[in-house]
Design a protein around this ligand. Sequence first.
Ligand SMILES: [Mg+2]
Length: 396
Amino acid sequence: MNEFVPTPEQQRLIDEAQRAREEALRNPQPPRGRPLRDSQYAIGLTADYELQPGGGRPAPPPDPDTPPRPSLDVRLDRAAGALIGAACGDALGVPYEFQPRLAADQTPVMRGGGLGPYAPGEYSDDTQMQAVIARVAASGLELDGEPAQRAIAEGFIGWLAGGASDVGAQTRQVLSTARAGGGDPLAAVRAASRAVHEQTGRSAGNGSLMRTGVVGLAFLNGDDAYYRCRDAALAISGLTHFDPLAGDACVLWSEGVRQAVLHSTPGLWRFGGVRNAVAFLPIERRQQWSEWLDEAEAKEPYEFQPNGFVVPALQAAWSAIYHTRIPERPEDHFRLALEAAVRAGDDTDTVAAIAGVLLGAAWGRAAIPEEWQRVVHGWPGLDAEGLAELAARIIA
Ligand SMILES: [Mg+2]
């Protein structure tokens, strides 16, 4: 995670999204479908997020609970794969963060160093923050509810004080402001997130997307699971990243993870949830996100840098997944695509953590190289086995 300085084109998109949100807040539409909770209006992110038919390119979301639903063993393997996959991407990218990017024939190695500096196999802030969310989800609290979000806010503040080995500028500003303010941690974090956005006019860094995949694991059951996953992704993104574009990205990726775990479709089709989730976004931004995904499928990962802004970070990860051909042993796609994500350059650990959570959800823990699983570890004292146990408790 780093502080991004938007290009003029990026700034234009951010300004546009901001204007659309201000307009929505000035003229709130009566909610359609499932009513939104007051808290969601309070953080200003979801007033325009009701599902509407039509618009954009994606097909209507398939019902991931349509048989054949994968067995519990498969779901457990994929959920563990998601958390371990994110941690492996993070640890694999750590040595190369903000370094000259690797060439196509160079293979990244989990040799540590980077901004920590980190031990070989040690993951960074991306997975540390994801672990905070994972522990709350594993405790049984529902991530779309305020008690869970309060526990996450408290967990983030505690992490900044006691666990953070490196932290992005925006996240540091939000969490340290919230900690200084005291009081209810959820209210304090939300207020600080909004204040930072209003001061700087930009809060769409990649720092909420990098930790969001775990949200998808928490909503594998129930007819309204995709609504709830979306609501939770938005609320948890908004704790530090008030900008709606950061929230959009978290909706796409969390739903992508959720559907990857639930689908029985083979190979690359298992990644289709990201495209499907475009239909869950506010209608005025669906076309834009479809075009951003098209662009990612048309360009190489390294063409999306700098990638501190959430949009190129998502595009770099999507491009790495999309452009890595399914090899003879299909599960090797996990490793090859993750290496491609590191080769995107710039914020390598974050782009690879984003790619890793989705790749792991799609291919499962069994696809993750043993040599990576043996060494991957980090705050708060988790290794691959610890991450797998957390994942099992989340989906139990
Ligand atoms: Mg990091």
